[in-house]
Design a protein around this ligand. Structure first.
Ligand SMILES: Cc1cc2nc3c(=O)[nH]c(=O)nc-3n(C[C@H](O)[C@H](O)[C@H](O)COP(=O)(O)OP(=O)(O)OC[C@H]3O[C@@H](n4cnc5c(N)ncnc54)[C@H](O)[C@@H]3O)c2cc1C
Length: 403
């Protein structure tokens, strides 16, 4: 179905970032169109489906068994030598969920439509309408037809393989080494460590430049996947090797779904706006540089963006200068933390398996510190600890001191 009239805002991409932006704008009476080149929202799934509870405050959809599959109350982290650290995250007030991503996105889409947004599927944006230095809408292929849709602002929520910012002249190119290739089986009848705990494995044998995850979706169903960077073989090769060499867990199980995709585990782009354009989510490289999670960050960024876009529409000012408020607010709220996490990732990737084992021994005494560091906190405490317990690692840690 086609909507050819003029809109206040056209959002390119109906993933978590675009859909959430659509919900927020439409509920404030802003005439919004969300377009996606796919024919089905939420599919194909490219996701481990982990979502921390703290992001739920950004959702306007009813929490139900339909899209929330499993409560997660802890994590067990394995070092290369198979020593493990178990953290009861519920005890420290952090719980998470494994969701059914396709249903989750569909519920978000339904909410956007209920609030007044329109959605067009099979609509591949191939160019931007530009006038007097401003983005003024999109040119798209709708099935086989080329159409133009005008708007005051375009939101680029077009994910990891985004092209829209580049068409507008914003450089979002990344070093290929900063993309993590992900491969995952959703598997049934897995022998889980604990159905309420996620399992994380660090090892250059199984996941060079990344990690293996087991995210339970029930008592014995789980997403078993990994992300690798700069690896000699394919992500599938490493996952099959991990499964083969950890056969006790998988000997009675079998895949029920295969998922593959790419995550931008880099630092966010510096420039998130231009005249008539706002960039959110993976398109702006907002996924977490350490663990690759990007759903929650996208929901938050879309919320912040929609507040500024609403003000821009009211003020009739779509200039880069006005929209810069979004960039500033987002960097203050989340961007700075992601930059710190990026530096920590750069530190980790310089360590070999033996050094990672040493690091794991440090964390065994204070497992909560892992969570703090992931969120860009307590870097000084961590540096003090390695000065005392593993001074040889200090030479790799200089980048962590940058503000
Ligand atoms: C293997 C894997 C596992 C992951 N696991 C997790 C996890 O467990 N938890 C987590 O939080 N995150 C996870 N992520 C990351 C997460 O999936 C992303 O960060 C998140 O999807 C970003 O949302 P987004 O809306 O920015 O982009 P996307 O979800 O990618 O949505 C972008 C949309 O834009 C559309 N689009 C692109 N170009 C165009 C165009 N030209 N015209 C029209 N439409 C277009 C696409 O079809 C797509 O629907 C994982 C990623 C991968 C690959």
């Amino acid at each position: 179905m086609k909507f050819e009239e003029e809109f206040d805002v056209v959002i390119v991409g109906a993933g978590p970032a675009g859909l959430k932006c659509g919900v927020e704008l439409a509920k404030n009476g802003i005439k919004t169109l969300i377009v996606d080149r796919k024919q089905q929202i939420g599919s194909p799934k490219r996701c481990g489906e982990g979502l921390s509870e703290r992001w739920f405050k950004f959702l306007d959809i009813k929490i139900s068994k339909d899209w929330v599959k499993q409560k997660i109350t802890g994590v067990v982290v394995y070092s290369p030598n198979k020593k493990y650290i178990e953290i009861d995250t519920e005890k420290i007030g952090r719980i998470g969920y494994i969701i059914e991503r396709q249903q989750f996105e569909k519920r978000l889409a339904e909410e956007a439509v209920r609030r007044g947004a329109k959605i067009m599927l099979k609509t591949n944006v191939i160019d931007l309408i530009k006038e007097n230095g401003y983005v003024k809408g999109v040119v798209a292929k709708y099935f086989n037809e080329t159409i133009k849709i005008r708007s005051k602002i375009v939101v680029a929520a077009d994910g990891v393989d985004s092209r829209i910012p580049r068409i507008a002249g914003i450089n979002t190119a990344m070093n290929p080494y900063e993309f993590a290739s992900g491969f995952q089986y959703e598997m049934a009848n897995v022998a889980l460590y604990n159905p309420n705990y996620i399992e994380i494995y660090f090892s250059s044998r199984y996941a060079p430049g990344g990690y293996v995850w087991i995210f339970p979706k029930g008592e014995d169903v789980a997403n078993v996947g990994l992300g690798v960077r700069n690896a000699k073989k394919s992500a599938k090769y490493y996952l099959d090797l991990f499964i083969k060499e950890n056969w006790e867990k998988f000997k009675n199980s079998s895949p029920i779904e295969i998922n593959a995709g790419v995550v931008p585990v880099t630092k966010p782009v510096d420039k998130l706006i231009s005249n008539g354009l706002v960039i959110v989510g993976d398109s702006a490289r907002m996924a977490h540089p350490l663990h690759g999670g990007g759903i929650g960050i996208s929901l938050e960024a879309a919320t912040i963006a929609s507040e500024v876009i609403k003000e821009a529409i009211v003020s009739k000012d779509y200039s880069e200068k006005f929209l810069k408020k979004f960039e500033e607010k987002w960097y203050e709220t989340r961007g700075k933390e992601l930059l710190k996490a990026y530096r920590f990732r750069r530190f980790l990737e310089r360590l070999n398996d033996e050094q990672l084992n040493t690091l794991a021994d440090i964390f065994i005494d204070d497992p909560k510190l892992i969570l703090d560091i992931v969120h860009g906190r307590k870097i000084e405490t961590f540096l003090k600890l390695i000065t005392q317990k593993a001074p040889k690692l200090l030479k790799f840690a200089a980048s962590l001191l940058k503000t």
